[in-house]
Design a protein around this ligand. Structure first.
Ligand SMILES: [Fe+2]
Length: 441
């Protein structure tokens, strides 16, 4: 995109949208987060397009099934081919796959050509070199291991600020296998060029390791009458492997990697007991084989347990609807975002400590432009074991079938600092949690 076009997209279109929205629907642009204060965020970062129109940009990868990877990228040039060449040696591409493409319109914005190509079967723990559309730079990624140990990075509410850059730099300083994001990616908030900027910002990381995401409220992007369809940009740019897990929606799905079953739930689609999501979750949980996947973790956006004053009670209806399903299935861990702070709870079921319930962790501290949620309620809730309003990221290392290590890495100015860490045992290894008529192990 030329600089002139970029300026028009960035300034005129968003301004026009805001003026129209404010005049017609003033409530849609008001912050839903009054009543608590936030530390000022760091400067917004716009990542410009510096390759040619036909070169791939915003390259990212995601896991599909047990041995495939989806490669996604965007070109300004409409004639670019949706094709990936790849191989295990630098600059040598022994395989070639043709995929599909899409694009979308959002008010006056028209996206570039969005390419999705499924490649594989791939070997585990193997570095592949690849090129998109036969042009542009070579990228590489490493596939996850087939068996434990595996290390996940977990961080939500990422955005695109100097804090985001700091978080990504800290994440990159230590190896890991798969990136998990419980919602709120770009904070484009209807300004579609900011989705492109976000894609370029994360490309150096998301092209090297699979990024598995679920949606947050900042992905909804509806504008009454003008743009009634939710998740238009998110679904076009970040398709996840929902078909493979029997889901009919990109807003909730599951996948398995190295003895871990991971469920991505949708906080912003129907979740009551009559909903498609609820029925899909029931069927997905029943299919889990704890012998092959002893660990089960869930990610969703709006936390079910939260002692911060920000977003208090927003996940409560979903908790009431779905908590029993996760408890009966002996889910090990539930991660959420939305609250811009870090908080770790003990094992809980129905607001009480329960040694067979999941651990709950809020990790909405990736670095977004809204700043931190500074105020935790007092006196502290005994279920909440650690809480801190700082930016950072988490690492979950499944060491073996029975033990995992969780650590939270605060972004200090130039260093990353492990501020909280804990060892946990898998519920599948705790016999007492499989008695009393609960599901068989
Ligand atoms: Fe959010």
């Amino acid at each position: 995109m030329s600089m002139a076009k970029c300026n028009i997209s960035l300034v005129v279109i968003p301004l026009l949208l805001h003026i129209i929205c404010f005049l017609l629907f003033p409530h849609t642009l008001q912050s839903q987060e009054n009543g608590f204060s936030r530390q000022p965020s760091r400067e917004f970062v716009f990542t410009s397009h510096e390759r040619s129109d036909s070169d791939p940009q915003q390259v990212h990868i995601s896991l599909v099934g047990k041995d495939h990877m989806r490669v996604t990228w965007i070109t300004e040039e409409k004639d670019s081919e949706s094709m990936v060449e790849y191989g295990t040696n630098e600059g040598e591409y022994s395989k070639k796959t043709i995929g599909e493409h899409t694009s979308y319109k959002y008010f006056l914005y028209k996206s570039g050509k969005i390419h999705h190509v499924l490649i594989g079967p791939l070997n585990p723990s193997t570095t592949y070199f690849y090129r998109c559309g036969g042009l542009g730079p070579e990228f590489s990624f490493r596939t996850p291991p087939l068996k434990l140990p595996i290390e996940f990075v977990v961080v939500g509410d990422l955005g695109q600020t100097e804090w985001t850059k700091s978080t990504l730099k800290h994440i990159d300083s230590k190896d890991y296998d798969v990136f998990l994001l419980p919602g709120d990616l770009s904070y484009a908030d209807t300004h579609q060029p900011l989705w492109d900027s976000f894609g370029r910002l994360v490309e150096p990381y998301a092209s090297r390791r699979p990024w598995m995401v679920t949606e947050g409220n900042h992905e909804i992007e509806t504008i009454p009458i003008i743009q009634p369809h939710a998740f238009r940009s998110y679904n076009a740019r970040w398709p996840m492997p929902y078909n493979q897990s029997g889901s009919t929606s990109n807003l909730y799905y599951s996948f398995e990697v190295a003895s871990t079953h991971i469920i991505m739930l949708g906080s912003y689609t129907d979740f009551d007991e009559h909903s498609k999501q609820y029925k899909w979750l029931q069927s997905d949980l029943v299919k889990i084989d704890r012998k092959s996947t002893p660990w089960v973790i869930v990610l969703l956006h709006a936390p079910w347990y939260n002692t911060n004053e920000a977003h208090e009670g927003e996940g409560e209806k979903m908790r009431q609807a779905m908590e029993a399903l996760l408890y009966e299935a002996r889910v090990d861990l539930v991660f959420s975002g939305h609250v811009h702070a870090y908080e770790r709870f003990t094992r809980i079921y129905d607001n009480k400590a329960d040694s067979c319930g999941p651990f709950y962790v809020t990790i909405g501290d990736g670095g977004n432009r809204e700043g931190l949620a500074l105020t935790f309620k007092k006196p502290s809730n005994p279920l909440s074991l650690y809480r801190e309003p700082s930016f950072g990221h988490g690492r979950l290392r499944m060491v073996n079938e029975t033990h995992a290590h969780w650590s939270w890495h605060r972004n200090n100015d130039s260093d990353t600092f492990v501020a909280d860490n804990v060892w946990m045992k898998s519920l599948s290894s705790l016999k007492e949690c499989w008695e009393l008529g609960h599901q068989e192990l």
